[in-house]
Design a protein around this ligand. Structure first.
Ligand SMILES: [Zn+2]
Length: 77
């Protein structure tokens, strides 16, 4: 096999693993809205593709519509 294919496969495998990890993390974490105090979870692609740092995500509160960086709280809602 050409070495380039091995690199491509490694990158794809890495992306898939990171995606699966992020999705499982999304199921086990929640956010607390700083405006209205609503607890909510963001799942799937929304969690995966939301702008984020290691400890917070840019998400939108489903109750009051506030958007901003919110800390990822451990545990499901
Ligand atoms: Zn809110």
């Amino acid at each position: 096999m050409h070495p380039v294919y091995i690199i491509i496969i490694a990158i794809v495998a890495y992306a898939v693993i990171m995606g699966v990890m992020a999705l499982s993390r999304g199921k086990r974490s929640h956010f607390v809205c700083p405006k209205c105090g609503n607890n909510f979870q963001v799942k799937g692609a929304k969690y995966l593709f939301s702008p984020k740092t290691f400890t917070s995500h840019y998400v939108t509160c489903p109750k009051c519509g506030y958007s901003g960086m919110m800390d990822v709280e451990p545990g499901a809602k």
